[in-house]
Design a binder for this molecule. Structure first.
Ligand code: HEM
Length: 288
């Protein structure tokens, strides 16, 4: 299978023009296989995680947790859903024509691309100055816990892993993948807008040579098909029964005290009055 489609430039040079669209199917099949293998693993093999014993400090921290734990501010939720809508528009406009659904997609595509770009700029500023910036990056404890989990799954002796901070390692790795693929489609997409007519700049297909344009289209396409797998796995986890409370928190902004204590370590993710003052946000009051 050829991963790239090639062509001859007017100067006889062999240049890349796109990825091979077979990669779209490869990405969809990889996503489907992941879902099937994960569902079978969780359903038949995975054992419930043994909990690390709670010490008195942890018990005292648990006692201070409010009934509703604020998880995503309104600004963060709006960003998530604007990004999701633009991603859907981008993936559908890019790939429906490749599987035979013909329509004039380019204008809708670059407009959705501009919406994605603006939403990502907003997110970078919001996360840097208003959110807990470090909560989403893998840390030493995540690596140690992952190795403990792996050893225990292999039947080797290892101490029980700690509960998670705000985000489990899987979510942090997902965020990293979206970050790389997202920056790749945005950087290449902005330049690719010079190849089509937009109100922003004068069309200039000669901005780069054929080889540079070709590599740019290949990178855009590779990151683009990567999103097919990423979106499939993201939606699969969002609807899994044990994760639905997280999906609801992306709508309503909070998780229950019970879910917080079940999955999160109050020392790694301090909430309520224990949270650093700058980040204290309130979940809606519980009406009794
Ligand atoms: C999930 C995100 C995205 C996906 C899946 C995606 C996918 C694609 C694909 C597969 C193509 C066809 C490329 C080719 O013919 O080789 C394309 C073209 C294009 N993309 Fe994207 N893209 C995404 C994000 C963006 C963004 C953020 C922008 C702009 C900021 C953008 C702007 C463009 C433009 C202008 C074209 C048309 C180029 C042309 O027809 O010459 N895309 N995109």
């Amino acid at each position: 299978m050829n991963l790239i489609q090639w062509a001859r430039s007017p100067w006889g040079e062999r240049v890349p023009i796109h990825i091979s669209w077979d990669l779209l199917w490869a990405a969809a099949i990889a996503g489907a296989l992941f879902l099937i293998v994960h569902a079978i693993y969780v359903g038949y093999w995975a054992k419930p995680e043994a909990e690390s014993p709670a010490d008195s400090k942890a018990a005292a921290a648990a006692a201070r947790v409010p009934e509703r734990v604020a998880r995503h501010s309104l600004g963060a939720r709006l960003f998530h859903w604007v990004m999701a809508a633009s991603m859907f528009a981008l993936v559908l406009t890019a790939f429906l024509p490749k599987v035979g659904v013909k329509f004039s997609w380019v204008t809708i595509h670059w407009i959705a691309g501009v919406v994605l770009t603006i939403s990502v700029l907003y997110h970078i500023i919001h996360a840097t100055f208003w959110l807990d910036f470090w909560s989403i990056w893998p840390d030493k404890q995540d690596i140690e816990d992952a190795s403990r989990r792996f050893n225990r799954a292999m039947g080797k002796p290892a101490p029980p892993p700690k509960k998670f901070g705000k985000y489990p390692l899987e979510n942090k790795l997902f965020h990293l993948s979206v970050l790389f693929a997202g920056l790749a489609v945005i950087f290449t997409g902005i330049f690719m807008m010079y190849r089509v007519r937009t109100p922003f700049f004068t069309r200039n297909p000669y901005l780069f040579g054929d080889m540079t344009w070709g590599l740019m289209y290949v990178l855009h396409g590779l990151a683009g098909v990567g999103f097919v797998t990423l979106i499939m796995t993201h939606i699969y986890f969002a609807v899994r029964p044990e994760k639905v409370f997280l999906t609801k928190s992306m709508i309503f902004g909070w998780i229950s005290r019970g879910k917080y204590l079940e999955h999160h370590d109050p020392e790694r993710w301090p909430v309520g009055d224990a949270a650093p003052k700058a980040r204290q946000s309130k979940a809606p009051e519980v009406v009794t």
